[in-house]
Design a protein around this ligand. Structure first.
Ligand code: SF4
Length: 64
């Protein structure tokens, strides 16, 4: 799957970086999401959890 993170929608909650630290980080300046790795295996549990837990819906997953 392909991961996308919309920084315009992100509210800097940080759940993604806590849930999947290898895939997401937070910008030191504004706390918004930084996508570290956009490619994940289909059904990747960390990516699914991060998308589900993000309170702003900023993370979207697309099956390739
Ligand atoms: S969980 Fe969502 S709102 Fe929070 S930092 Fe990550 S993308 Fe942004």
């Amino acid at each position: 799957m392909r991961i996308a993170a919309d920084r315009e929608v992100c509210t800097s909650a940080g759940m993604c970086a806590l849930t999947a630290p290898g895939r997401f980080d937070q910008d030191e300046a504004d706390g918004r999401v930084v996508l570290l790795d956009a490619d994940a295996p289909d059904g990747d549990p960390e990516a699914l959890a991060a998308a589900e837990l993000c309170p702003s819906g900023a993370i979207t997953l697309t099956d390739l």
